[in-house]
Design a protein around this ligand. Structure first.
Ligand SMILES: [Zn+2]
Length: 143
């Protein structure tokens, strides 16, 4: 990078410069307790390169948004991933005890993930959408 006067390098690291094809666009909550299991699960599923949309409540923004703008934002992120990185698969990873649900039972969170998948498919029928539920003992597939 050409030197910029307003920035000062603090850390050196060589990041890949090539454009990439995303194996998936992953939407999850930013709850850090489920970071490691989500990454390990994706790796196990063969998802190596992915666009990760991390927002409080994850798929809740698509299923039961607090305001319409939240749903628009989440959908726009998926469409951007499709456009920039060719994502054809969206993986929704919900999790237990999600703070965005304020103590709602797991059934509510799971139902929202399914609702989010239906909404995504109604907006982008060419997508494949998979839903998962991360619990404290592993990851479950939502039918
Ligand atoms: Zn959460």
């Amino acid at each position: 990078m050409a030197p910029l006067t307003a920035v000062k390098k603090l850390f050196h690291f060589d990041s890949p410069q090539e454009r990439y094809q995303a194996d998936a666009c992953v939407i999850s909550c930013y709850d850090a307790r489920f970071d490691l299991v989500t990454r390990k699960f994706l790796k196990r599923r063969g998802i190596v390169t992915f666009d990760h949309v991390k927002i409080a409540g994850g798929a809740k923004s698509l299923a039961a948004p607090e305001c319409a703008a939240d749903r628009d934002f989440a959908l726009r992120m998926v469409r951007t991933s499709m456009g920039l990185h060719g994502a054809r698969l969206v993986m929704l990873v919900a999790h237990n005890e999600c703070g965005a649900y304020g103590g709602a039972p797991a059934e509510t969170i799971v139902a929202d993930a399914s609702r989010a998948a239906s909404f995504l498919l109604s907006q982008e029928p060419a997508l494949s959408v998979e839903c998962y539920f991360a619990d404290f003992d592993g990851v479950y597939r939502i039918a």
